[in-house]
Ligand binder design. Sequence first.
Ligand SMILES: Nc1ncnc2c1ncn2[C@@H]1O[C@H](COP(=O)(O)OP(=O)(O)OP(=O)(O)O)[C@@H](O)[C@H]1O
Ligand SMILES: [Zn+2]
Length: 664
Amino acid sequence: MPRSTYTEALLGSDLYKKVRETKLLVVGAGGIGCELLKNLVLVGFANIEIIDLDTIDLSNLNRQFLFRKPDISKSKALVAAVTARHFNPSSGIDIHARHGNVKDSVNDLEWIKGFGLVMNALDNMDARRHANQLCQAAGVPLIESGTAGYLGQVTPMIKNETECFDCVPKPAPKSFPVCTIRSTPSEPIHCIVWGKTYLFNKLFGEDDEDVDTEELDKAKASGENAEEIENLKKEAAAFREVRKSMGEEDGPKNVFNKIFNEDIQRLLAMEDMWKKEGRIKPVPLEYEAIMNGSFRTPPLRNAAPQRSNGQPKENGSQQKRGLKDQRELSLKENLELFIDSAKRLSARAIAYPDVPLSFDKDDDDTLDFVLATANLRATAYGIANKTRFDVKEMAGNIIPAIATTNAIIAGLIVMQSLNILKRLPTQPTTSDSAENSAGPAIRNVFLRTDPVKPLGFSVPAKADNKCSVCRDIYIPLKVDLKTCTLGTFVNDIVKSWLSQAKFEEKDDEEEIEWTIFEGGRLLADPDFDDNYDRTLDDLDVKRGKMLTARDEDGKYRPVHFSICEADAQASLPYSIPSSPPDIPLAPSAPLPREPSEEPIISDSIPPPTTSVSEAVPISSSTAVGTKRSAPDDGDVKDLTTAEEQVSKKRKVVVVDEEDDFEIL
Ligand SMILES: Nc1ncnc2c1ncn2[C@@H]1O[C@H](COP(=O)(O)OP(=O)(O)OP(=O)(O)O)[C@@H](O)[C@H]1O
Ligand SMILES: [Zn+2]
C-alpha cells in the first residue's frame, strides 16, 4: 500500500492533489525551518524550494535535527533538503535547495510569483519584511512564524484579506543615549554595547567618520553635554591613529593604556560631568599593576554583594569553578584576554586589509575581544563583570531557542497551510484569486505557557488601508537595464501606459504629474528630467529593486514597478502587463496604526515579538541615532531633500520606515 493512502483519505483527494501540486517556498532552514521541512515532506508536499543563506554551525545541532556534526560548515539549505527527503521515500518529491539570501536580486517578483504559498522560518526583521513585501507584491499567501523560548506564533498573511507584516508597527529597538555608552556607563549592557559596536568598529570594523560626527552632532542637539561631545569627537579622531598601530608588538598594550587609562583620566578632568546625581567616577586601570597583582580593584557600585567577611565583593572574585564559559574571569585574565584577542584580530585585519571585521557571537576572536573589553570597562566603572556565556547571550541577542516550541510551531504552520490550500487553485495564485476565494477560516495561532490552554487563536485583522506595503500597487517590469533609459520608462511606461489606468474618482480634466523614485532616491519629477538619457543600469537601478511612480498631489496610491529579468523574446527593451491596474485613492493621512489596535483575540496571549532574536533588540547605532546616508549618485537628486519637498507639498508626514538599525 503506498505511503500516501492514509494522508489522502484524511485530507480528501482534492486537498491531497493540491498538496502534491502546490509549489512551496520555505525561507530559512534553521530551528523552525528544519522541523517544517520534515513535516511538509511527511504530509506529501512534493514541490518545495528551501532557501537559506547560512552554513551549519555546531551550536545549531541541538535543535536543527536535519544536521549532524559532519555537516558543520556546509550549506543549511542543501543539507536540509537532502536529509528531509529521506523522511518520505515516495517518488516524485522534489526539494530544490538554494544557498542564498532571500533578498538577493535574482529573487524578484517573477520568482516569487512562481509559488503557491510561502512560509517564513526566519530570525530577523529585515528578511521578514522583504519576504512580506515580495509576497504582497505578487499576491502570494505567506505564513509568518516565530518563537521566543516557550512562546510562539503562526500568522497567515493573505493579500487583500488579512493584515500584512508591516500593517502593524513593530516596537523600536531599545537604545541608549550616546553619552551613557561612551562616557558614563552604569550597567553591564552599556559596556558590552560599547565594546561590540564602538571600540570593535573603531579598531577593526567599518569606521565611518561622517556617521560618527553626525551622531555626535545629533546627541549635542538633543541636549547632551556639549563639552563631552567635543571630547568624544577628539577621542574618535585619535582612534584613527591608534588603529594604524594595532599590528605592532605593543599595539594592544598602547590601546589599553589609551582607553582604560588616558581616556578615563580625561573624563575625570571634566568635573561638571560627575556632579549629576547617580554618576560614579570611574577609576583608571593600570597595566603593570594589574599584571603584577598590586592593582586595587574598585568596589562594585549598586548594593555590592557582601563577602562572607562583610567586605564588598570585587569583580572577578567569584565562581572560580564550573563550566569554562560560565566562570568569571579575574581582572588579570581579562587584561590578558584583551591583549591576546586584539593580537588575533589585528593579524586578521592585516592579512585581509580590505575586509573590515564585524562582531559575530560565534567567532571566538570577536567574542573574546568584546568579553574582555566589556569587563575591563565595567571594572573601571565599578560595574559587575559578566561571564563569557552571559556576554555571548547579551551581545549576540540570543533568546533561548527551545526545540519543542519550534516543533509545535512548525506543526501549526502546516495546519494553517492546509487551510490556505483548501481555498486556493492548484496552480500559482494571482492576487485576484486570493482576494475572491472563500474557504475555511484561517487563524493566527499562539503558543503560550498556560498549562490548561497552551494554544490561543485570533481571527486575523483586516489589512490596514494606510499600509503602504500591502495596499500599494505593484507591477512586474521585465526590462533590459542596459538599453532602457529613464526617459523611456517615464514617457512610455508611466506617462503613456500607466495613464490609461482607471483612477478612482479621477475627472476627465485632471492631469496627473509623476515623480519617480528608486528606494530613497528621486530620479525624476515634472521639473527634473536631467536623468532621462541615462540607462537604468547607469542609474544603479538593478533587478529586484523598484521604480516607484508617485503622483505629485499624493491623491493616488503609489505604483511600484518591480524590476525583473528582461524578457528575451520582447521586441521592446521592456515588457509590462497588457493592461494597467486600477489605481485607488491614497489614504488621507499616511500615519501608521497604533500597536494598540490589536485584532480581536480570543483566548490568546499577546503574541511574542515576531522573532526569536528580536525580542529585546539593543541597537548600537540606534543608541546614537545613526542613519546612513544614501550613496552619492551623480545627477540623482539628494533624496532627503526631494522627499522633504514632496512631503511638504503634500502636507503629509513621511514616516521613515527604513530599518537600517544594527541589531545587537
Ligand atoms: N535573508 C535571509 N535569507 C535566507 N535565510 C535567512 C535570511 N535571514 C536569516 N535566514 C536564515 O533563517 C534561519 C533562522 O533560523 P534560527 O532562528 O534557528 O536561527 P539560526 O541562525 O539557525 O540559529 P542561531 O541564531 O541560534 O545561531 C537561519 O538558518 C538563517 O540563516
Ligand atoms: Zn500591510
